[in-house]
Design a protein around this ligand. Structure first.
Ligand SMILES: [Zn+2]
Length: 422
């Protein structure tokens, strides 16, 4: 009896062609728009390499020309307290590296973004934000370096372990306070206007046991047209936020699809999970710093006038090892992030039940992410699933749940191509 009923239902529901539905979305971005999307993203692969090489060159130069040794000696003269030296050393180090890398930062962070229509700030506005970032580094980096060099001095044989603990503590603290103290330095957060969409977002949050009673909108459009949202904080600091681009440029279906994804990150505990995986990466990094940097110093330390692993003047040598390590770890770091993003996608489809909204948003993200990479390319360079994989997952979800959707929403959507600036 039941099987007859199911058979009848299956016969009544027209088959949903996942391939055709996926292709219909991918066809939204063609020709010049597709080339631009690919060009922007593929250019990023090279930026990763050149950025690392530049950082190596700058740090090597600071050692080679004796600047690092001079700053270390200056710090030692300024204060008799050994524990304070790394903090003083940090100031000229941060200022010099920022200045030496400024042309590169302007090119990658401003000019290139502007050329691809992804930057709304003026150069002055952008430099102002860089200035805030610089001030934050000047406050936080000295603290981090004081703590790390303290463990290097006290535990020469096991500081890789204590150093990891220190680094992870700082990262966890940052994750906790940044939504409340750092993010508002760059953007204004205001409560979302009451209305059906706000109600639907909160209903979705409560259905998933997220203890938030407010939705915030932040003015990202002053920096960029990119759409984004997040559910951040822990316990009493939990907040749901979406940017004004998401609200202004997309349909309510798309907003709900995005919020379902973001709630997935929260419900699935991704913040804590990523701190745990970052801890493992840092453990590996600190073991390398602990074993390789002294070798560098034995080989070149005389010429660099760096006294040993506990001399703050060794910082650029640590930075050289760390830059190379991070470049080599790119596929691992990206895959860790991407795995969580896939989980959030799956969660979001179930929570929002907006497969077409989700597919449409995935296509919009092509303004800065390549849509159809090869499998290896996606594994190495993608922090989020490609547009193709996201649309395909949404359409597979739709095929599985077709009978539950209102009849008018069951057909394959054939959206119009996105305009060049979408
Ligand atoms: Zn995400």
């Amino acid at each position: 009896m039941v099987s007859t009923f199911l058979a009848a239902a299956a016969a009544a529901a027209p088959a949903f062609d996942v391939d055709a539905a996926t292709r219909a979305y991918l066809d939204m971005v063609q020709g010049a728009a597709r080339e631009r999307s690919n060009g922007y993203f593929e250019g990023g692969y090279w930026l990763l390499l050149w950025g690392t090489l530049l950082s190596l060159a700058v740090n090597w130069a600071l050692l080679h020309f004796g600047w690092s040794a001079r700053w270390s000696a200056w710090a030692a003269r300024r204060t008799g307290r050994q524990w304070l030296c790394p903090a003083l050393y940090a100031v000229p180090y941060i200022l010099a590296t920022t200045l030496l890398l400024l042309p590169w930062s302007i090119y990658t962070g401003f000019l290139r973004e502007k050329a691809y229509g992804l930057m709304n700030l003026s150069l002055g506005g952008w430099l102002g934000e860089q200035g805030i970032g610089l001030l934050l580094s000047l406050i936080l980096m000295p603290l981090v370096l004081m703590a790390i060099f303290a463990v290097i001095r006290r535990a020469p044989r096991s500081w890789w372990m204590w150093g990891t603990g220190v680094a992870v503590a700082f990262i966890a603290f940052g994750a906790l306070v940044s939504p409340v103290f750092i993010a508002p330095l760059f953007n204004t957060y205001t409560p979302m206007q009451p209305g059906p969409l706000r109600e639907q977002i909160l209903a979705m949050a409560h259905a998933n046991d997220i203890p938030a009673n407010d939705v915030y909108v932040f003015n990202a459009s002053k920096q960029t047209d990119r759409i984004s949202a997040n559910v951040s904080g822990l316990g009493p600091t939990v907040r749901i936020a979406l940017n004004d681009n998401l609200l202004g440029r997309t349909t309510p279906e798309e907003v709900k699809a995005v919020m379902g994804h973001e709630m997935g990150h929260y419900v699935l505990g991704h913040v804590v999970e990523s701190i745990a995986s970052v801890a493992l990466i840092f453990l590996l990094l600190f073991v390398l710093l602990w074993s390789l940097t002294p070798r560098l110093l034995r080989r070149f330390g005389g010429r660099w006038k760096v006294e040993g692993p506990a001399d703050p003047g060794a910082l650029p040598a640590y930075a050289v090892v760390a830059s190379l390590f991070m470049l080599l770890m790119t596929p691992v770091l990206n895959s860790l992030t991407r795995t969580n993003e896939i989980e959030a996608d799956v969660f979001g489809l179930d929570a929002a039940r907006e497969p077409d909204g989700f597919a449409r948003v995935a296509m919009r993200l092509s303004e800065y992410r390549k849509l159809e990479p090869g499998p290896l390319e996606e594994l190495v360079f993608f922090t989020h699933p490609s547009g193709y994989n996201r649309v395909r997952r949404a359409m597979e979800w739709k095929a599985r749940h077709l009978a539950e959707l209102p009849p008018e929403r069951r057909a394959i959507q054939r959206p119009a191509p996105l305009p060049p600036k979408f």
